[in-house]
Design a protein around this ligand. Structure first.
Ligand SMILES: *[C@@H]1O[C@H](CO)[C@@H](O)[C@H](O)[C@H]1NC(C)=O
Length: 998
């Protein structure tokens, strides 16, 4: 029998292979290159790369990768199949963020057609092999790796090179003069290495350079004056390069510059350089360059200017009028000698862009009333104490303090008998935050990073095991300078303990370990520690380092400043990762208290009284008078509540006595008001009706849940207020109300959501949910995901709110909930019908919200005609008709990404599958939405628990319980799996599988 069948099968296989070979758009890679790819994989240390399975993408648009081309996948090959014999040649190789820990592959030279190589973010070591000299690479990037040794001169032989980046490695020695042979080079990025010496004069031959970045190295001598040859430069970055000032006056030639960043020059200073030809400048940083004299007026002509940082110089005179710079978003004039008044355009209440004027000599009379994002810490002359702004004048010291303990970036914590105060203000580019007796001034923004609002606080990513680990789970970050100060201190000597632990950079064999964080520490404005590297000092990550200092307080104020002087890396583990990190600060008097004797007597008396009280309570309890009643307060304590507490008076003042004009809306259990705290922080206050028991339960739930959770896509709880019958929750204020409001609000007047905003919102909600389900320490089912529970901040970042119904995942949880809570139209069927509650219920609700985002219509209210119950219903019909794009909100016109829209629809339909097991987990959803996993169209499961076709495979694909370690590295295998699960797929693989089953 078998003998008869065998030739038959072979024939089918043969036919299939023929089909594959002739199918348009799926050529095969030249066999020599397949072999070379095998060698390359081995040399790189790539184990899971099955080149036979990989089909070389030959989309024509990839054939000539431009210099600014962003590869759509982190792990891919691109081929040119336009050769006569229909053989494909590899032209681009991208293996990014794969944590490959081998060497740079010698066999690369065997890919004769390769022009594009991207091996960013791996753990590759060694140097560049000399074989590469004969490649035809045009684009080469090896950023964020562990490569070392000198930059080899033979790189000069790759004369086709147009882009070269070796940023964030350990290359050392001089830049070889052979690089001068790379006359086609347009982008040269050498930042964050250990390069030394001077730049060779031969580099003046690189006349096509448009981008040069040489920051954070150990170069010596003056900044080379090669600008006459580099007239094409558009981007120039020389931060903490080791070069000495002054800035060569020839820089004025560079009229094409759109970005200029020079910082931390040692040596000679100068007047303000002539920048008058640079009319197209967008981002200008001349920080810590020893520039004196007035700020040049020509800056007012840079009409495209968005960011201006002239901090830490010796600039004097008045602040020029930048009023006309309509695009200016960030202005840093921190630490200069500027005088005169604060101009009206800065004081303008409507100006919400961050402006940092801290540490200057401005005229005190011009002090404005406080506004957010205007930092006036020590801005004024003539105030010899703390030159604080107007805002604090009405707050004289109420008493002498002898100690201050701050848990930087975190919540209040008690360690031993020391109580560390909470410090979780989100801070920002120009913030000045204060409490009664301490505060901080934070200046600077993370360049090259899209601001998320959580950039200034770091949270631990792994479990910390050091002593007092509570202090290190969160820390404050600063991209430039942060000053913590304690005021109202009794004068005298003090002991200082600064607690550090590196909780962001990792120490594994991964690019996560390739960051180098270096910063300086000042106490009372004196440099006490230069080039501090926490990881080196600990040594290791997640380990505590405590630095102790003594300081003398003479005017009741103690200041500790952390400063980034441009050194170390800025790109690992993630872009924008640099600058000081401080976990906790402890300041204690180093002298005996004035009336120590009396204190002892007082303490003694208190102890006696307390003992008496305990005895009486004990007797009462024993008699049963106090048993059984569990007060609300107790319940709260049981939750280990550590959020901030507000007084009712504070909240009343903030909301103008709950003025109806400040009412934002009516929630299920009470009203929500907008308020402004005395420090200018805008808040939303949720007032829970104290009568309903439900309200109190919700209250307890919500505080317990959110106070432990911090994520950019979860709404942030600042604290609460419990006084008498009042139960109030204090949240961050969200400028743009809820997603429902924006999506379904009145047609005119409300801001329109364009496609990029919708994509961002959808992915953001998915990330927030992924965090709740899979990443946070408490695993939570939200239970009530809907568009009214997604709030939008000023930049339309989505944040999930309302955890009133959330449910913790407890081990013994039976997942059967007797009380169904949730909202009609969003509830998963298994939950609505049988109370069966799992994370997949949230996934379903998310799917509904995603549909609403695409369609701009409310799931419940939309009925194209009587045949449809809701939007989802209609979507399913459109799917069967193959008419999915019909769903897209007509408001968008044709102004949207078809690919992203289709992706989002498919994800929405996958998530709303009636069968929970067929719904993906949220991390997979995030990866699908962002295009890292291929999404497959499914037929909808016929029954809710049906063991339908494809069940097991799906479980494998989406990881029912465990999340794949690296989604990115698996995307290849996943996409090949996806093809055979799919019902609509017609790939050879699929046919083969089905035939085999027959
Ligand atoms: C680079 O080119 C030079 C001259 O063309 C040649 O002598 C040298 O061997 C080449 N270097 C390598 C490593 O191939």
């Amino acid at each position: 029998m078998a003998r008869l069948v065998l030739p038959y099968i072979s024939f089918i296989v043969f036919l299939l292979l023929m089909c594959m070979a002739t199918q348009p758009g799926t050529g095969t890679i030249h066999s020599d290159e397949v072999k070379a790819l095998g060698e390359i994989a081995e040399q790189l240390g790539k184990k899971d790369w099955n080149i036979n399975v990989e089909q070389c993408k030959n989309d024509l648009s990839w054939l000539t990768p431009k210099l600014d081309w962003k590869p759509p996948y982190n792990n891919s090959l691109f081929c040119d199949c336009s050769y006569p014999d229909s053989v494909c040649h590899v032209v681009a190789l991208v293996l990014k963020g794969q944590d490959l820990d081998g060497k740079l592959p010698r066999s690369l030279v065997k890919l004769h057609y390769l022009t594009y190589l991207n091996l960013n973010r791996n753990f590759l070591s060694g140097n560049i092999p000399h074989e590469w000299a004969s490649t035809k690479l045009e684009f080469l990037t090896l950023s964020v790796n562990n490569l070392s040794g000198p930059i080899p001169g033979f790189l000069g032989n790759i004369t086709a090179l147009r882009y070269m980046s070796i940023e964030n490695n350990l290359f050392s020695g001089m830049v070889p003069l052979e690089l001068g042979k790379l006359v086609s080079l347009e982008n040269l990025i050498l930042s964050a290495n250990n390069l030394s010496g001077e730049l060779p004069f031969a580099l003046t031959k690189l006349t096509k350079l448009t981008e040069l970045r040489i920051s954070s190295n150990n170069f010596t001598g003056r900044i080379p004056d090669f600008f006459r040859s580099w007239k094409q430069l558009e981007k120039l970055e020389i931060q903490a390069s080791g070069f000495e000032g002054p800035i060569p006056s020839n820089i004025s030639i560079l009229s094409n510059l759109t970005e200029l960043r020079i910082s931390d020059l040692v040596g000679g200073g100068s007047k303000f350089p002539n920048l008058s030809s640079m009319k197209g400048m967008e981002r200008l940083m001349l920080k810590s360059c020893n520039i004196s004299g007035p700020i040049t007026e020509s800056i007012s002509d840079m009409t495209q200017l968005q960011t201006l940082d002239l901090s830490f110089n010796r600039l004097d005179g008045k602040i020029p009028d930048f009023h006309g710079l309509s695009r200016l978003k960030y202005l840093f004039l921190t630490s200069n000698l500027l005088t005169g008044p604060i101009p009206e355009w800065i004081k303008d209440k409507d100006n919400t862009h961050p402006v940092d004027l801290s540490y200057n000599n401005l005229s005190e009379r011009s002090a404005p009333s406080c506004r957010d994002n205007l930092n006036l810490f020590k801005s004024f002359s003539g105030m010899d104490n703390l030159s604080l702004s107007e805002c604090l004048k009405d707050s004289p010291c109420s008493k002498d303090y002898y100690e201050v303990h701050i848990n930087c970036g975190g919540k209040a914590k008690t360690v031993g008998n020391i109580k560390y105060e909470a410090d979780y203000h989100p801070a920002g580019p120009a913030s000045f935050v204060w409490k009664e007796n301490w505060g901080f001034s934070s200046s600077g923004r993370f360049w090259d990073l899209n601001t998320t609002g959580n950039d200034y606080v770091a949270n631990n990513v792994s479990i910390l095991k050091m002593n007092e680990s509570e202090l290190y789970t969160s820390a404050r970050l600063s991209p430039l300078s942060i000053t913590y100060y304690a005021r109202c201190l009794a004068n005298g000597p003090y002991k200082l303990k600064l607690h550090f632990a590196e909780i962001v950079i990792r120490d594994n064999r991964s690019f996560y370990s390739l960051g180098r964080r270096i910063f300086d520490i000042y106490v009372q404005e004196k440099l006490v520690l230069e080039d501090f590297d926490i990881e080196n000092a600990a040594p290791g990550v997640d380990k505590a380092v405590v630095k102790e200092y003594k300081a003398n307080v003479t005017n009741n104020v103690l200041m500790i400043r952390f400063f980034w002087a441009g050194k170390g890396t800025t790109d690992a583990p993630k872009r924008g990762n640099y600058g000081p990190l401080i976990s906790a600060i402890s300041v204690e008097n180093d002298f005996s208290l004035p009336n120590d004797g009396k204190m002892k007597i007082v303490v003694g008396a208190v102890v006696v009284v307390l003992l008496l009280i305990f005895m009486i309570l004990g007797i009462l309890w024993w008699k049963g008078c106090l048993g059984g009643r569990k007060s609300r307060e107790n319940e709260l304590k049981g939750l280990d509540l550590q959020t901030g507490f507000f007084t009712y008076r504070q909240i009343k003042a903030a909301t103008d006595n709950f003025n109806a004009a400040n009412k934002l809306g009516e929630g299920g259990f009470g009203s929500v008001y907008k308020g402004i705290l005395s420090d200018g922080t805008v808040i939303a206050v949720k007032q829970l009706s104290s009568k309903s028991r439900q309200g109190s339960r919700e209250f307890v739930n919500e505080i317990g849940m959110i106070s432990g959770l911090q994520h950019p896509n979860l709404v942030r709880l600042y604290g609460c207020c419990i006084e008498g019958k009042q139960l109030l929750l204090v949240y961050e204020y969200m400028e743009n109300n809820s997603l429902a409001h924006v999506l379904f609000g009145p047609a005119n007047g409300w801001l329109k959501l364009d496609w990029p905003a919708r994509q961002k919102i959808c992915a953001g909600i998915a990330k927030g949910l992924a965090f709740l389900h899979e990443e946070s320490t408490l695993k939570i089912v939200h239970r009530d995901i809907k568009s009214t529970n997604v709030l939008l901040d000023r930049d339309l970042n989505p944040k999930i709110s309302d955890f009133g119904l959330a449910k913790l995942d407890e081990e013994e949880n039976t997942h059967i909930s007797t009380r169904i809570a949730g909202t009609i139209g969003y509830m998963a069927p298994e939950y609505a019908l049988w109370g069966h509650l799992t994370y997949k219920a949230d996934v379903y609700s998310f799917g509904v919200v995603a549909l609403e985002i695409i369609a701009g219509k409310n799931n419940m209210k939309y009925r194209p005609n009587q045949n449809f119950v809701c939007l989802l219903d209609w979507a399913i019909v459109l799917q069967q008709r193959g008419d999915l794009m019909e769903l897209v909100d007509p408001e968008l016109g044709s102004d949207f990404s078809k690919e992203e829209a289709l992706r989002m629809i498919k994800v929405a339909l996958l998530c709303t599958n009636p069968s929970p097991v067929l719904r993906p987990v949220m991390t997979a959803v995030v990866n699908m939405l962002e295009g890292r996993i291929v999404i497959d169209e499914l037929t909808r499961g016929p029954s809710i628990y049906g063991n339908e076709w494809g069940f097991e495979a799906l479980r494998d694909q989406y990881g029912e319980s465990s999340r794949p370690k690296s989604m990115e590295s698996q995307s290849l295998t996943q996409s090949s799996n996806a093809t055979w699960i799919g019902s609509s797929s017609t790939s050879a693989h699929n046919i083969y599988s089905t035939n085999q089953n027959e």
